[in-house]
Design a protein around this ligand. Structure first.
Ligand code: GUN
Ligand code: FE
Length: 440
C-alpha cells in the first residue's frame, strides 16, 4: 500500500526517542505519539511523551501498539546518488578512476527513462527498508532521471530533494551536458517540481572539475534567483582531486572558495566530504551557513581520508551524516553511524574523539535536518514535525537481542543498534501515518 493515510488522527504506542528544543535526546520507555493530518494534507506530530501523561488527553484514540519496540524519527540522508544504486562495491584506485571506470558508465544508462524509473522505484524501496524517510540525492545529467525520481517519490508522499547533475566538461559522451541547455533544463525542472507536495529541487553542479566557469556562474545565478532551492555538490574529497582543482582554478584561494566565487555557498547549500579543509575553509562554511555532508563509508571505501570532527565542531560549521551510495557501501544509517564513530575516533592523522551514540543519532536525524534547513519539519518527533518515523526492533537478530537485553541505559541500547544494526532492525517505516514496509 503506497497511499498515505486518510485517518485524521492516529496514535502509536511504543518506546519513544526524540530530541528536545535544546537538541538533547529524550526517551520514554512506554511512550505515546499522536499524529494528525492538517488542512494541507500533511500528517504531523501533535503530541509526544510518556504514555501515562499523554494518553489522558486523547481518551478516544486506540493506539497501534508495538510492545518491546521503539519509535524514533525517520533517518535523514544528506547526500546519496540514486543512479549509483548499482555501483555499490566497485573498487578502484581512488575517486577519479572510480568515476571514469564505473560511475559515468552506469549513469549514462539514465538517458533511458524506463531504466531511470525502475532504479528510482528500487532506490526508494531500499531507503524505506533502511528507515530513511528524507534524502538529498543526486540524479544524473539527464533531465528524465530527475522526473523519474520526483514522480516515484510524489506517489509515496515522501520528502525528497534532487536535481539534474551539471557536468559540461571532463566528462565522457553519454553524461556530458551542454552549458546553455543544462541551465535551461535546470530552471525548467526547478519550476516544475520545487515545493510541489513534499519535493524540493537542488541545483547540482557535480564538482568544480566537471563544470566550466560559465556553467558554475549560471548555477550561481539560479541559486540567487531561487533562494529556497538547495545546492548540492562535492568538495575536498580526495588529494588528486584537490590538486586538479588548483590547476583548473589557479586564482582561487582553495577548492571551497571556487564555489564561493560563483555564489554557490549559502543556506541550503550542501557539500559532500569536506575532508581536506583548512581553518579558513571551515570558517567560510560557517559564515555562509553551508553544510557538510559527512560520508564516512564512502571515504573509507575510496580511501579518501578521515573527516576531522574535532575541527568541524570547534569551527561551528554545520554538518550531518550521509551514505554517499554508491561510493558509500551501505544504505543503512546504522552502518553510516558506525563508520562515523570509527572515523571520529581515528587519532593518528588528526585529533581523535569519541562521538556519543546520541551525537551520532542526532547527525543522522534532527541534526541532518537542521543542516538541510528542515529543522522542525523532519528528523524529529516534536509537535509540528512531519509524521515520518521508524519502529526499531531490539530483538532483530540473536546477537542484538542478547546485547540489548544487557543494556543498562539508553546510550548502551543506542550503541548496540549502531554497532550491530542493519535493515533488520527497521521493523516498520511509517511515512505520513502510513506503514510503508513491514517485515511480517
Ligand atoms: N565527485 C564527483 N562526482 C562524484 C561522485 O559521484 N561520487 C563521489 N563520491 N565523489 C564525486
Ligand atoms: Fe557523492
Amino acid at each position: 500500500m503506497k497511499a498515505h493515510s486518510t485517518e485524521t488522527r492516529q496514535a502509536w504506542r511504543a518506546g519513544l526517542i526524540w530530541f528536545d528544543k535544546d537538541h538533547v535526546m529524550q526517551h520514554a520507555s512506554d511512550g505515546l505519539l499522536v499524529t494528525e493530518r492538517g488542512n494541507d494534507g500533511i500528517h504531523r506530530v501533535v503530541a509526544v511523551g510518556d504514555y501515562r501523561s499523554v494518553q489522558p488527553h486523547y481518551p478516544d484514540l486506540t493506539p497501534t501498539h508495538f510492545p518491546h519496540q521503539w519509535i524514533a524519527p525517520g533517518f535523514v540522508d544528506m547526500h546519496i546518488h540514486y543512479p549509483q544504486t548499482d555501483v555499490i562495491g566497485s573498487p578502484a584506485e581512488g575517486l577519479l578512476p572510480w568515476l571514469t571506470q564505473y560511475t559515468f558508465v552506469h549513469e549514462a544508462k539514465f538517458a533511458n527513462a524506463q531504466h531511470a524509473h525502475d532504479v528510482a522505484e528500487f532506490f526508494l524501496d531500499e531507503l524505506t527498508r533502511n528507515g530513511v524517510t528524507t534524502a538529498l540525492t543526486f540524479a544524473t545529467s539527464h533531465p528524465a532521471s530527475v522526473t523519474a525520481l520526483f514522480e516515484a517519490a510524489q506517489q509515496r508522499h515522501m520528502r525528497l530533494i534532487t536535481g539534474k547533475v551539471l557536468q559540461d566538461r571532463h566528462s565522457p559522451d553519454g553524461v556530458r551536458d551542454d552549458t546553455e541547455q543544462s541551465l535551461i533544463d535546470t530552471e525548467t525542472l526547478l519550476q516544475r517540481w520545487h515545493g510541489v507536495d513534499r519535493l524540493g529541487y537542488a541545483i547540482t553542479p557535480r564538482f568544480a572539475p566537471s563544470c566550466t566557469e560559465a556553467q558554475l556562474r549560471g548555477a550561481g545565478e539560479l541559486a540567487a534567483k531561487y533562494p529556497s532551492t538547495w545546492i548540492q555538490s562535492h568538495v575536498a574529497e580526495n588529494l588528486d582531486e584537490v590538486r586538479w582543482v588548483h590547476e583548473l582554478f589557479p586564482k582561487a584561494r582553495s577548492y571551497l572558495s571556487v564555489y564561493q566565487d560563483f555564489g554557490l555557498l549559502r543556506e541550503r547549500a550542501v557539500y559532500a566530504h569536506c575532508i581536506h579543509f583548512d581553518a579558513a575553509d571551515r570558517a567560510l562554511m560557517r559564515d555562509t551557513r553551508t553544510a557538510a555532508a559527512i560520508s564516512p563509508t564512502s571515504n573509507l571505501f575510496l580511501g579518501s581520508g578521515f573527516f576531522d570532527y574535532a575541527s568541524a565542531q570547534a569551527s561551528g560549521m554545520r554538518h550531518g551524516l550521509a551514505s554517499d551510495v554508491g561510493g558509500g557501501t551501505s544504505f543503512s544509517p546504522f552502518h553510516t553511524m558506525l563508520a562515523a564513530y570509527t572515523v571520529g575516533r581515528e587519532g593518528q592523522t588528526k585529533p581523535g574523539l569519541s562521538l556519543s551514540p546520541e551525537q551520532l543519532w542526532w547527525q543522522h536525524t534532527a541534526g541532518a535536518a537542521q543542516a538541510l534547513g528542515l529543522e522542525g519539519q523532519v528528523g524529529n518527533l516534536l509537535p509540528g514535525c512531519d509524521a515520518d518515523f521508524v519502529v526499531l526492533d531490539p530483538q532483530a537478530t540473536p546477537l542484538l537481542a542478547r546485547r540489548c537485553a544487557q543494556a543498562d541505559n539508553m546510550s548502551e541500547l543506542l550503541f548496540a543498534w549502531i554497532v550491530l544494526g542493519d535493515d533488520r532492525v527497521i521493523a516498520q517505516t511509517v511515512v505520513q501515518g502510513q506503514v510503508q514496509q513491514s517485515k511480517s
